[in-house]
Design a protein. Sequence first.
Lengths: 239, 121
Amino acid sequence: MAEPLWWPVQLTAWVDRVDAQWCALGMTRDQRARLRQELVRDLGQAVLGGAAPAELMRADPDHFARDVLDAEGIDLTATSTIGAEPRWVGRARLVVTALTGAAAAGMLALVTVYPIGSALMDNTRFNFTQGLIALATHVVAATMAAAGGALAVGWSFGSYRHPRRLALASGVGLVVSGGVAALLAVGYAGLTHYSTQASVELTEVMIVTLVCALGVIATSSLVPVERLPDGETGKRRAS
Amino acid sequence: MPGVVAEQRETDLLRGVLDTCVLAVLAVEPTHAYDVVDRLRAQGFSSVGYGTLYPLVTRLRSQGLLQQESRPSPSGPSRNVLSLTPTGHKALEDWRRRWERTVETVAKVMADLDRYEQHRG
């Protein structure tokens, strides 16, 4: 429902949070539309009656949303199991998905793009242009890996709110943390004189995995990971 | 008593009687939800806020004790006014009787306590 012209804008953010909680608790789009319409209408009456928006927003939106559903006689334990998914589970799944997608795309890059750059790097007498090409192939390989992670998140989280934003945030996280991880891993490799021992290589992989995971967590935390009720896809919402 | 515990105690006590008071306020004069908050506060229910009252009104409506209708307002958009249904009036009568009995019972217990303390003191 569109809020009236005299509607205090700060109330919209509060109502959005209540609505998001209804969504997380498994309410369908129609149910949420009705609940939101009634709430907006009632808040509007309160504002017209002289209530200060700050006073109306004093209630915690998450508790408020639950209280309203309880008052409506909606059994929260009987609603979709979607709402029962703890937030950290969604976040953990997102990180695993992003890293798996990045690893798969990274493998593809390893067998297609990377050998070109690697061959040029091994040539100790390459010229400036060849050096740029070698660098570009590494950038392309890294971009492929990050894009793979982002695509995997976008595909896997299509039934969540903001799948595109989640995918973008994951991709950005992978690019930034991938750069940091590469520096750390190469630094560590330098310290070990580029040892090919299994323990050293395993440590390098762990450094990259850990730093990339932290990067994805950091950037994706800017986007809420909330699953939508059945039959309502994030792609449709985003359109 | 620590402040938080005292506040929780007040909330617990309030929970049992607030619905009766809401019905009583609306029986006197049908109005909108936030006005009920104002009136309850004016009567001394200082801790009652919109976050408490809106879900309560929603519950009373879904129980068929309250109804909401849109009434034209001379100053601005039409107002949604809450009023008691016939079932709501019956519930108020019943809850009020129960409350009065509870108050009498508690008063008797407290009177016993007063007598005991006077005797001991």
